[in-house]
Design a protein around this ligand. Structure first.
Ligand code: ADP
Ligand code: MG
Length: 399
């Protein structure tokens, strides 16, 4: 992997103005922040810079104001939550550049922290407008990016600033890049990938990228149905993208050529209705699904066999649940396989990296999110990385 500068490489920053791009796009309900994970993720970087005497300016986007000021999407709404996590006072600055910002920054003491207004209030942010980038940079000495989850966007504060100020990866960015590098960049072999979730169509590029890189591709979730259909299995009423069976065949062929073993479920959990603990629930071989049944989870025999596959592997990368895990008992396969992966990780025989909105929720549901080597909450950026794409915000940090 190309290298990037970390906080360890910083010069003396006492008295310097450091712009820190964070992800404070926090979920809110009735004017209250409901979840502060993203603030906790950025806290080590912010506090480290503050402790080193920098004047820390936090940059973030919030919602989708589309280049115009909208008080209901002002970052001033999250300042209380940020102060609570940091345990320090944070000054709010209702601008990101210009005279008002300059004056506000002028009154900061060494170690002080300020949160600048929602970068997306200005059209120059999403356009990555050089004049907007220069105006923000004019008030600062250094740039730190700690928002991997925004790194798939080439915006002024996620990409542009890195080109005109000395640029560093924050601690959360560094941890994410190092974990992803271990999982797919330069992994210990054999490598397994678990890809699940609802639809093949949303993960075609992920599957195409993975078949050339992993030794075992475990396909579960709704998308397995399309692969089963491609192999001539009658999947009944299951969620299935019948128009993509030819594409599924191509992926299976590419895997074959690359020496990647594809694992599809051979037993499945089915029911006639999609409801919690439905009366028609049963487990059967994939060839025995009735015309009025749908596949909602991978079956127990397949899960056990998949656990044995993981036991032979050194590295695992996981995106997408194995079944409709929000509805019991269709969480069974996801929970069981996640627990196997977690146990192997704890034993030290597996490096496990997982990501994706529903995947993270499923790992928490299984009670093993903390036992994986790394769980990415980066959503879209994580998926783009799984597709093998270069993320502009990461690329711009490379030296
Ligand atoms: P992630 O957010 O981790 O990338 P996805 O959004 O791709 O994951 O997929 C998650 C969704 O897939 C879940 O809502 C889950 O209920 C659904 N799903 C998984 N298996 C099935 C299935 N067999 N039938 C219908 N939906 C499924
Ligand atoms: Mg999802």
């Amino acid at each position: 992997m190309a290298t990037f500068k970390k906080l360890d490489d910083l010069p003396d920053i006492a008295g310097k103005v450091v712009l820190v791009r964070v992800d404070f796009n926090l979920p809110m309900k009735d004017g209250q922040v409901t979840e502060d994970t993203r603030v906790r993720a950025a806290a080590p970087t912010i506090l480290e810079l503050s402790a080193k005497g920098a004047k820390v300016l936090l940059l973030a986007h919030f919602g989708r104001p589309k280049g115009a000021k909208d008080p209901s999407q002002s970052l001033s709404l999250v300042i209380g939550a940020v102060e609570k996590v940091l345990g320090k006072e944070v000054m709010f600055v209702p601008e990101v550049a210009g005279e008002i910002a300059k004056q506000a920054i002028g009154i900061l003491n060494n170690g002080d922290i300020a949160l600048l207004e929602n970068t997306r209030f200005w059209p120059g942010e999403e356009k990555n407008d050089p004049a907007f980038v220069a105006a923000i940079a004019a008030n600062a000495d250094l740039y730190v990016n700690d928002a991997f989850s925004a790194a798939h966007r080439a915006h002024a504060t996620t990409e542009g600033l890195a080109h005109i100020l000395p640029a560093y990866a924050g601690r959360a960015m560094q941890a994410e890049l190092e974990a992803l590098q271990k999982a797919l960049g330069n992994p210990e072999k054999p490598v397994a990938a678990v890809v699940g979730g609802a639809k093949v169509s949303t993960k075609l590029d992920v599957l195409k990228h993975l078949v050339a890189r992993v030794d075992h591709l475990i396909i579960g979730g709704g998308m397995a149905n399309t692969f089963l259909a491609a192999r001539g299995v009658d999947v009944g009423k299951s969620l299935c993208e019948h128009d993509l069976t030819a594409t599924a065949d191509e992926i299976l062929e590419a895997a074959d050529k690359a020496g990647c073993t594809v694992h599809l479920p051979y037993d499945v959990v089915v029911s006639k209705e999609f409801a919690p603990n439905p009366p028609s629930l049963r487990t059967c071989n994939v060839h025995e699904v009735a015309a009025d049944e749908m596949i909602l989870d991978v079956g127990p025999a397949a899960v056990e066999a998949l656990g044995d596959v993981l036991k032979t592997c050194k590295t695992l990368v996981w995106n997408g649940p194995m079944g409709a895990f929000e509805t019991p008992p269709f969480d069974t396969a996801t929970v069981a396989l996640a627990r196997t992966a977690a146990a192997l990780t704890k034993e030290g025989s597996l490096i496990s990296v997982a990501g994706g909105g529903d995947t993270v929720a499923a790992l928490h549901h299984a009670g093993v999110a903390d036992d994986f080597s790394y769980v990415s909450t980066a959503g879209g950026a994580f998926l783009e990385w799984m597709e093998g794409r270069e993320l502009p915000g990461v690329k711009a940090l490379e030296i």
